[in-house]
Ligand binder design. Sequence first.
Ligand code: XIL
Length: 339
Amino acid sequence: MIRLALLCLVLHPLSGQSLRELAEQHKTRIGAAVAPAHLGEEPYAATLAREFNQVQPENATKFGPVHPARDSYNFVPADTLAAFAREHQMAMRGHTLLWHRQNPRWLTEGNFKPEELSAILHEHINSVMGHFAGQIYAWDVVNEAFNDDGTLRHTIWSDGLGPAYIEQALRWAHEADPKALLFYNDYSAEAINAKSDAIYKMAQDFKTRGVPLDGIGLQMHLRARESIPFESMAANIKRLTDLGLQVQITELDVRLPVDASGVASRGDLGLQALIYRGIARVCLLSARCTALQTWGFTDKYSWIPGEYPGFGAALLFDANYGPKASYNAFRDLLMPSIK
Ligand code: XIL
């Protein structure tokens, strides 16, 4: 009998509760970044709907893809995702209204004067947030505005509009969709360091002056063979949530060295699972860490091999949608008795 049960477990590693069901018991959200073009692939759509209760377009609502010409918007891919989210009762995040990457050439090469750039941005925020009002509950309004040393990054926005652009964008975003939660999102600002100090100071100032900011997104693009400062991450989440903000883990992945066919070593896959578990724990331990989201979910489609040659295998499911050790670690941690 026991043998039979074990055999069933091996044959059906996915029997039992899904990540989504477990997350719902914790009243939290487990999300994934999605490329709407893959939703027609049956195992992609089925895995997404079964395991996650939140989606976010990986690229479809960035400035370039969504606003490809000055007078035209392309909402079709993100609308497809919004329809999928509705059908499967999933929450949807939006990403991102202002960034220094993936901007269209008409914008970056337009040589706009500050007033014109300001009008363009205002109109962009109104149109995009207006279009998705009621469908997207939270927006990464500004992405990656700081350098690692805590200084403000030079971007089309900071250079053209001055350092107050973040505050201005948040105010316009609040007017465009007063019900949406507004986030500032960044990478390498998970633990306490110069960058997260700068973000903390900004958030504290915004809270004091009533600038509409609801949360901080911590991207969490990690590497398996580095030491992960879990304690310091928890301390950073605590100081942010003590300001009355939410924190969401927005882009978690843990990249591994891979061979030419994209295969990682068993040892690294084990390390990766420990990191996924540790991050889930850090988030679940805070009542105001309100979402845990990975940057994609299958190793079949991940930005890692393109961005970091020689690395890959960064997600919860392998390229055939099989659950990895990282999935099991995530799931164990979400089991109600373990926290
Ligand atoms: C990445 C996408 O995954 C890629 O497909 C695209 O080519 C570049 O952008 N931080 C972010 C995300 O905030 O928007 C980035 O997404 C990954 C790093």
